[in-house]
Design a protein around this ligand. Sequence first.
Ligand SMILES: Cc1cc2nc3c(=O)[nH]c(=O)nc-3n(C[C@H](O)[C@H](O)[C@H](O)COP(=O)(O)OP(=O)(O)OC[C@H]3O[C@@H](n4cnc5c(N)ncnc54)[C@H](O)[C@@H]3O)c2cc1C
Length: 456
Amino acid sequence: MQINNLTHDPSTRIGIVGAGCAGLTAAEELRDLGYKNLTIIDTKNRVGGKTYSIRYGDTTPQSRGIYEGGTVWILPSPLYKKYKKRYGISPNYRLMPPVQVFDLATGRVSSPFLIKSKSSLLSRLRQLKTFFQELGKYTRYDDPGYLNPIYRAMNESSPQWFAKQDLDFIREALIPIANAAQFGHLEENISIAYVIRLLALLNRCSLPKKLLLNMPQLQEGNQDLWNRIGATHNLCLGQTIKRFSRGKKILLETFSNQWEFDHLIWTAPVDEFLRVADASPEESDIFSRVREIKRAVITCRVEGLTPGIFYCVKNTANNPLPPSYPLAIYEVDRGSKIYNFYPFMDETTTVEELKNNVVDLVKRLGGTEVKLLGEPLIWKWFSHFSSQDLENGIYERLEMLQGCDNTYFSNELTAGVSVPYGMEYAADLVQRFFSQKQSSAVKMKTSQELYVMEQT
Ligand SMILES: Cc1cc2nc3c(=O)[nH]c(=O)nc-3n(C[C@H](O)[C@H](O)[C@H](O)COP(=O)(O)OP(=O)(O)OC[C@H]3O[C@@H](n4cnc5c(N)ncnc54)[C@H](O)[C@@H]3O)c2cc1C
């Protein structure tokens, strides 16, 4: 493997694989640094990756006429702010309904922090204070991905960590939401590092938003920002990569094109990398350790449900549910009768099972008729490592790959899940390897530098 030092030459040919938020952020930040020879390649015929807005009707003052097939919430990030302004996205967000927890066992609906619990009011308040203070350690915009060595030691399981910290009420209140958002049926077995990284996103919000969880969306549809950014770059969409090889130059071949690059930023999943690349033994070893699941988004027209709901379905150890049971449901526009459902999938889950579980949930919520709007969208989801790999320093090994053979990785594996994390990691990677200035991420961090920014 070779590590080459980059000279700041604007004509350097840089290929970017993947036109999701990571790929487009990398392109945007490279162009800001003066690089002019950028090519973005994606297998799909659209940009945005997992940010995917689908029109179902007209836009009116009451409704966007859009449902989100991927990214649901716009979570605070200075980069969002910068790009929204740069690309003329409306300054006003559209606020979603507050999240409530629906307990399938009892039929009870309540705000997450008002759920029935053995914890007294005083204990709840103490836990809230302690927890949000603890999250402060992980709430930084310039601390992307798992670069911070703090995560290596965070390999104990999520339930163990919450019990040890005496934060049982927080787990009861927030885990149904974390499971609906990211972990599905996995929370009991994954490292606390992943859970904390997800919940740290909450800490970027104002206190009322943290408590109510009424999160914003872009009026134009969450994908629109990426459509606008993509339109200003050299995009090659609908390209299936056959192979690429790295010698003095990087040669990348699709079924209809061939490119020569000096550097390549890979923002697609790493199993795709292993399929087409001349992977080194280290790349093969690290990427073959990656675990993932699938999640689905099912959009239906439903009669008889309460309008304007956003429910997360409780699935804790006491209320186990099959992985394929929807863990969230919300009406996409109040009064539209169009609802999104969010189940996960394991190796055995069938599409039939997903649909049957949606019908079951609708029935339990008092709905009468369900009509699917198209087939479920199925996403590859949550690339992560085992606790053992985390403890053995897998993220340090992953970071050591950056720049080897002029190849860089910036995706959900390196960044963590969510658009802010994807953007911030990509921007930091560009600073670290393509700018003459030292990146913020390689500076030593002190706890005094921690801050929380209220954005929405
Ligand atoms: C249902 C759902 C809900 C979500 N909700 C939220 C939310 O509320 N808030 C939030 O911030 N985030 C949310 N996310 C997560 C967020 O969307 C992702 O973390 C983020 O979009 C990842 O961006 P990325 O660029 O790293 O990857 P992706 O968006 O996955 O982009 C990767 C790109 O690579 C392309 N690609 C794949 N394979 C190849 C190949 N072989 N060759 C070329 N191109 C390839 C893909 O087509 C894609 O465009 C959600 C995601 C889903 C699916």
